[in-house]
Design a protein around this ligand. Structure first.
Ligand code: GDP
Length: 139
């Protein structure tokens, strides 16, 4: 086990549905420490930059439109094996396939409007944290 940081986004669907507080409570219950947080309204270009790896996929346009459609909370979470642990707590991309007890099982509306983002690997976490928190101190 090692202390890691990961980037999470509570997506616009979850914010507009009023789930922000409940999702933060889930982070607390799993002992993630919040080391940075910011409420943002992404521009379309910022959403496209964040999801650049998905450019060219059929859902790219719809995804980046959704991600720039309203306020979202970007946060850096820290904890033991935070990257993998957050992915487990989030659940599968498609809520229909998400395990019971996961955030997406509880709060996601669809495969696109799925409540939460979490970095999927150390390299992705480093890119995503610096994308939103360029001045954050290095571990
Ligand atoms: P994640 O790591 O579980 O968030 O999943 P991906 O990196 O594969 O996809 C990024 C985001 O794109 C997902 O969280 C969804 O919001 C969206 N997405 C993924 N697959 C689909 C899809 O098949 N259709 C649509 N409309 N959106 C998708």
């Amino acid at each position: 086990m090692s202390l890691e940081r990961t980037l999470t986004i509570i997506k616009p669907d979850a914010i507009s549905a009023g789930h922000l507080g409940d999702i933060i409570k889930v982070f607390d219950s799993h002992r993630f420490k919040v080391v940075a947080a910011r409420l943002v309204k992404l521009s379309k270009a910022e959403a496209e930059g964040f999801y650049a790896v998905h450019r060219g996929k059929p859902f790219f346009e719809s995804l980046t439109h959704f991600m720039s459609s309203g306020p979202a909370m970007v946060m850096v979470l820290e904890g033991e094996s935070a990257i993998t642990r957050l992915r487990e707590v989030m659940g599968a991309t498609d809520p229909a396939k998400a395990a019971s007890g996961t955030i997406r099982k509880f709060y996601a509306e669809s495969v696109e409007r799925n409540a939460i983002h979490g970095s999927d690997a150390p390299e992705t976490a480093a890119f995503e944290i610096s994308y939103f928190f360029p001045g954050i101190e290095l571990q």
